[in-house]
Design a binder for this molecule. Structure first.
Ligand code: 9Z3
Length: 325
């Protein structure tokens, strides 16, 4: 592909880096199962929704990717992401009538379970006699709601959960999802809230066994993870509405970094968030706007994701309309 002004060369370099990343990644163990589930989910939801229009499908990514340091992995690099943003957003997308592919890090927050205690099984249930277990009264409302809402989403075929742990699994699955969503054109959305590692150890150069501490200080070079956002946008699913996140701890650079990501990766919107206040406020950045979105408990807005998803649904509707003849 030649984009002129040397951009073609940059694109070719990126394509080569991405190719080499995928070629050297360990094959995804569950790939047959994942592609079967995806095909079935996309097919079912591509058929008209209840109101006659085509169903919209969003891929929500959630939680952080790990970077293994050894093939028989004992140690890995991780990040802080709890998956709360992705889980909460999934609930609001389902409420808005979207079918959701929830690509999440194993062990992180799950949609419809956020109000349950940390260890739900042990905390939520009690024995009434030797053989009968029941939900403890104090948790019954939360458990009932979680079960009902989750079951409704699953029975209506609106929720497909796929899990990852490593950066290799995440990017391979993201590519599979993108390719399978091509068929729904502008009705697809990507909501990329997962915290994706910037650096990784290539599989080829990774130690097979546990690295020995007796070998002295660890001197290890990490490669840069190729930026997949641009390829996702331009090659994998060119018609989808794409929203990515920008996270910073320094609020003075956050918005300019979000602007830069918007342009560089040709996103339709970038959600800028500052680590310490990420649950209170985010800024939705487009090519000509910066929209502040707040959680406001006193106005009954419990999650910042509630107004955020409303905004995205509205923008996605306008985007779909722009394809109408
Ligand atoms: C985010 O910025 C998410 O909002 C959070 C959510 C990870 C902060 P939690 O899971 O937190 O609810 O605890 N996600 C994207 C982070 C990221 O890695 N962004 C990249 C960057 O900033 C771009 S893809 O460079």
């Amino acid at each position: 592909m030649d984009l002129g002004n040397g951009l073609g060369a940059t694109q070719n370099m990126l394509d080569a880096e991405i190719q080499s990343f995928f070629d050297s990644a360990p094959p995804l163990r569950s790939s047959g199962d994942v592609s079967e589930k995806l095909e079935e989910f996309v097919k079912r939801n591509s058929i008209a929704s209840g109101n006659g229009g085509a169903r919209r499908i969003v891929c929500v990514t959630s939680g952080g990717t790990t970077v293994p340091l050894e093939k028989r992995c004992v140690r890995y690099i991780d990040n802080f992401s709890s998956g709360h943003r992705g889980a909460a957003s999934t609930e609001y997308f389902v409420k808005a009538g979207y079918a959701v592919i929830f690509l999440y890090r194993k062990g992180t927050y799950q949609p419809f379970c956020r109000s349950l205690p940390d260890d739900p099984l042990l905390e939520c249930f009690e024995f009434t006699d030797e053989s009968t277990v029941q939900v403890r009264h104090s948790h019954s409302e939360a458990v009932r709601r979680a079960i009902t809402e989750h079951r409704a989403a699953v029975e209506e075929g609106l929720l497909l959960k796929l899990s990852f742990t490593t950066i290799f699994e995440y990017l391979q699955m993201l590519q599979m999802i993108s390719l399978s969503l091509r068929s729904v054109g502008p009705h697809a959305m990507f909501y990329l809230a997962a915290a994706v590692s910037d650096f990784y150890v290539p599989w080829k150069s990774m130690a097979e066994h546990k690295i020995q501490s007796s070998s002295g200080p660890l001197d290890m070079q990490l490669n840069q993870v190729p930026k997949m956002l641009l390829v996702l946008r331009k090659d994998w699913t060119p018609m989808a509405f794409c929203v990515s996140f920008k996270l910073e701890t320094d609020k003075h650079i956050l918005l300019e970094k979000a602007d830069a990501a918007l342009k560089k990766y040709k996103m339709h919107m970038v959600i800028a968030n500052e680590l310490s206040i990420r649950k209170e406020e985010v800024v939705a950045v487009t090519s000509n706007e910066r929209i502040s979105v707040h959680r406001n408990k006193s106005l009954g807005v419990d999650d910042v994701e509630d107004p955020l998803i409303k905004l995205l649904v509205e923008r996605h509707s306008s985007y779909i309309k722009s394809f109408d003849p």
